[in-house]
Design a protein around this ligand. Structure first.
Ligand code: XMP
Length: 512
């Protein structure tokens, strides 16, 4: 039970999770809930504030979303952003004008009233707008506190309650308030006690894990990714040798993956990590399979088979730990209410259903950036924590068509050169995900005096916030030339290096 929290009600804005992260950055716990939750009495306990998100709906032609009286009963501070502001206006009988055109992009906001929410914010700032409908008359007993030279009112406040509406998006960095609007709402209006800190999260989780697990044993599938690594670290802190991590090499990992995990956990005394090399089994089962979804299925099933047979050897194992994080939880909840985001990928290490183990998910309440901070504080090496995401099916979705051991070896060597060069040039942390893709086609080259006939690889590097959309990374040309030369010189099977410059959409980040 959290001693205090802010609720973020999700009306389907692409920025909802960003609002939640901004609140967390102010050391305050928050939860993202569906609009229908507002009708449930039990959600209001320990709530110090509510933020209504933006969203694609219009209040002028739909009655789907109405704010219930229950929300106003305890005088909990309320902030409506965009669509959220329009809902507040609708509730208190302001006038909202339907519009066919959107006000989208930057606008200059003039702050006209000295109010708590704008404390420390310059009187005139650039703000990010993204709305169709506009509030043209504030409700009775509300005051206009900011406006732009564009259409509609930009911010309002109730005269006698802590109820605010803003038409722009304070959560995005394009709004140049230096984070002060959300800071003010959280700290000066909701009066948060700021207790959501990495130190407290670790202490609370450690106590909770101890309390749940008691003398039982926990098993965890360690993949080398951030989430499973941090889950392992916090559980290890809580119950030490009652945790056994199982690291399965499926033959589709990056070069020296096992060493990277060992290196990452170097400072963890006595952490039990069992390394299983099942690459032969995986590659055998993948033989002749070319369809990407089929490859994913085979890998998922094989993973469970191997994991299960290893787990059986561990006595008294009652718990299966997983690195589920908060966006996974929100997305599966959202798909049952206002379905706007449905996760298309499931991690391979899913729960083997017939294992009869209880689930332990110590990161369920955390965003990725919080998980990373926790990992560092728990003592995992930063290089492991800051790695780009790597898909569960590994190189199988980066080798087009049939997966073969020799292809995987060639790809691993090329990818290692690319990734090391990104580190050396200080580019790795500027990119969200970078990797190399193997194409099972041959192309002619000239090496020395003769003709060579080798494979083709493509480099892929993208920038993205949420992996739902992505842009290709803009490389300096000399860097590309150098990677290409090095890969062709150092990996004799490769004769040609290409660069993938597609965006997502319409392409995906992975090639399969
Ligand atoms: P796409 O290719 O769909 O990828 O644009 C978006 C993100 O998801 C990762 N990805 C996967 N992760 N199992 C995973 O655990 C998968 O089957 C899978 N497929 C793609 C991809 O690496 C990117 O970060």
């Amino acid at each position: 039970m959290h001693e205090e929290k802010i609720l973020v009600i999700d009306y389907g804005s692409q920025y909802t999770q960003l609002i939640a992260r901004r609140i967390r950055e102010n050391n305050t716990y928050c939860e993202v809930l569906n609009p229908s939750s507002l009708n449930k009495k039990e959600i209001y306990s320990n709530v110090i504030g509510v933020i209504l998100s933006g969203g694609p709906s219009s209040v002028t032609n739909n009655d789907t979303y109405d704010l219930p009286d229950l929300l106003f009963k305890k005088n909990i501070p309320l902030l409506g952003v965009c669509f959220g502001m329009q809902l507040i206006c609708k509730k208190f009988n302001g006038i909202i004008k339907e519009s066919t055109s959107r006000e989208y992009g930057k606008a200059v906001l003039e702050i006209t009233k000295d109010v708590k929410i704008f404390k420390g914010v310059n009187k005139s700032i650039e703000a990010w707008m993204s709305h169709g409908d506009s509030v043209i008359k504030a409700p009775k007993n509300f005051t206009i506190i900011a406006s732009t030279n564009k259409k509609g009112l930009s911010a309002i406040k109730s005269d006698n309650k802590e109820i605010y509406g803003i038409q722009f998006h304070p959560e995005v960095t394009h709004t140049l308030d230096k984070g002060k609007i959300i800071f003010n709402f959280v700290n000066n209006i909701c009066k948060s006690n700021g207790s959501w800190t990495t130190k407290n999260i670790i202490e609370n989780q450690v106590a909770e894990i101890k309390n749940k697990v008691k003398n039982d044993h926990v098993i965890l599938g360690l993949s080398g990714g951030v989430d499973s690594s941090v889950a392992a670290a916090i559980i290890h802190k809580a119950i030490k040798d009652q945790l056994t991590c199982i690291f399965i090499d499926n033959g589709l990992l990056r070069l020296n993956e096992k060493n990277q995990v060992e290196e990452g956990f170097k400072d963890f005394k006595n952490i039990k990590i069992i390394y299983i090399d099942s690459s032969k089994l995986f590659l055998k089962r993948l033989h002749g399979i070319t369809d990407p979804e089929e490859k994913r299925k085979v890998i998922g099933k094989t993973f469970i088979d191997v994991f299960q047979s290893e787990a059986k050897k561990i006595k008294n194992a009652k718990w299966l730990a997983q690195g589920t994080i908060y966006p996974d939880v929100i997305e599966s909840a959202a798909s049952s209410d206002n379905a706007h985001l449905i996760k298309s990928h499931h991690n391979v290490g899913g729960l083997p259903k017939d294992m009869n183990l209880k689930l332990l998910e110590p990161l369920r309440e955390l965003f990725k950036d919080e998980v990373r901070k926790l990992g560092i504080d728990l003592g995992i090496k930063p290089k492991l924590i800051n790695r780009h995401p790597f898909p569960g099916p590994g190189l199988a979705v980066r080798i087009l068509g049939e997966v073969r051991e020799d292809y995987a070896d060639i790809l691993r060597s090329a990818d290692d050169i690319f990734i090391k060069m990104l580190h050396d040039r200080g580019l790795y942390n500027k990119i969200s995900q970078a990797f190399t893709v193997f194409m099972p086609v041959k192309s002619v080259g000239v090496t020395g005096d003769g003709r060579s006939y080798g494979n083709v690889v493509s480099l892929r590097a993208v920038k993205t916030i949420d992996f739902m959309t992505a842009k290709p990374f803009d490389f300096p040309f000399d860097f590309l030339e150098e990677v290409s030369t090095r890969i062709i010189n150092e990996v004799p099977e490769i004769s040609r290096v290409c660069l993938d410059i597609s965006s997502k959409p319409p392409s995906t980040i992975e090639w399969e």
